[in-house]
Ligand binder design. Structure first.
Ligand code: NAD
Ligand code: UDP
Length: 306
């Protein structure tokens, strides 16, 4: 098949391109390189079945493809808050452009949605049936509400135009090729520990997240795309850790003399997050296989090489 991956030069997108090429598909990677890097796909540039197109998803595009994965959107809070209006446009216009193309060429189209659609959740763990608790006017809203509108657009194109959609709600994912200055907690802690700097825990560090290793996530993507389940489907690792526990684990694995320091908690920072993955297990036969400690070791190995 010919597959379009928007955001294909980013952290998750580049792993997805690898996986699709390994399965024998042709891949068109569309990316404006805002947070993505050519280095993430440098090893693919000589591959005849791979094509890189530098383009913004906000502007329309046309390709003859069988499948579209829409991943284009900055994902870390510092990056999506850098130009929040652009972030909303990227989610909304990017979804419209992918859906319009899918409708025209009859491609199956996949949306990378997020656990952020649940906001600061009042239900724990979060099942797909939970409608969320999102501040519509805060610093995180450009991302959360942009992704929520994208889901709305996907379902309206599906109901009104019969477009063949898939929606995944991704929970915090980490691994090799995260940008070292990405600002997300796993890359921050590992890079700080490797540099011998103190680890910056925001607030008292009692807030929780559930971290999925990238290979597990990509397996979930491919299973969902190949299934008859429309979604939304949560894909994430239900192992739940406080940020203080994560900092201590990274310190133990990296070694060195770094200490933990506390910085102010950003506004609207969700208190807790953990996926209910019953649907992914039932519909896709999927569950994560790589525990946090193992995934962190692999990620630390990658960052040491950088
Ligand atoms: P990333 O920032 O590494 O990748 C995003 C990619 O999109 C980058 O290559 C960037 O250059 C590209 N991009 C951004 N704006 C664009 C635009 N207007 N036009 C074209 N390309 C554009 O982040 P990631 O972690 O790989 O995230 C990929 C997708 O998964 C995003 O949609 C994100 O919202 C979603 N997601 C990720 C996580 C996670 O934990 N990694 C969690 C939830 C959702
Ligand atoms: N965080 C932290 N130190 C950092 C970066 C993040 O303590 O250097 C916290 C952040 O406040 C949040 C959690 O780690 O509670 C996860 O943050 P991240 O930006 O990785 O993801 P998100 O908040 O979008 O889930």
């Amino acid at each position: 098949m010919r597959v379009l991956v928007t955001g294909g030069a980013g952290f998750l997108g580049s792993h997805l391109c690898d996986r699709l090429l390994a399965e024998g598909h042709e891949v068109i990677c569309l990316d404006n390189l805002f947070t993505g890097r050519k280095a993430n796909i440098a090893h693919l540039l000589g591959e005849p079945r791979f094509e890189f197109v530098r383009h913004d998803v906000i502007d329309p595009f046309k390709f003859e493809v069988d499948q579209i994965y829409n991943l284009a959107c900055p994902a870390s809070p510092p990056h999506y808050q850098y130009n929040p209006i652009k972030t909303t446009k990227t989610s909304v216009m990017g979804a419209i452009n992918c859906l319009g193309l899918a409708k025209r060429v009859k491609a199956r189209v996949f949306q990378a949605s997020t656990s952020e659609v649940y906001g600061d959740p009042a239900v724990h763990p979060q099942p797909e049936s939970y409608w969320g608790h999102v501040n519509p006017i805060g610093r995180r809203s450009c991302y959360d509400e942009g992704k929520r509108v994208a889901e709305t657009l996907f379902f309206d194109y599906h109901r009104e135009n019969g477009v063949d959609i898939r929606i995944v709600r991704i929970f915090n994912t980490y691994g090799p090729r995260m940008h070292p200055n990405d600002g997300r907690v796993v890359s921050n802690f590992i890079v700080q520990a490797l540099r011998g700097e103190d680890l910056t825990v925001y607030g008292d560090g009692s807030q929780t997240r559930s971290f999925c290793y990238v290979d597990d996530l990509i397996e979930g993507f491919v299973r969902l795309m190949g299934s008859e389940t429309v979604g939304p489907v949560n894909i994430g690792n239900p192992g739940e850790f406080t940020m203080l526990q994560l900092a201590e684990l990274v310190l133990r694995l990296v070694g060195g003399a770094s200490k933990i320091v506390h910085l102010p908690l950003p506004a609207d920072d969700p208190r807790q997050r953990r996926p209910d993955i019953a649907l992914a297990k039932r519909a896709l036969g999927w569950e994560p296989t790589i525990p946090l400690e193992e995934g962190l070791k692999r990620t630390i190995h990658y960052f040491r090489g950088q």
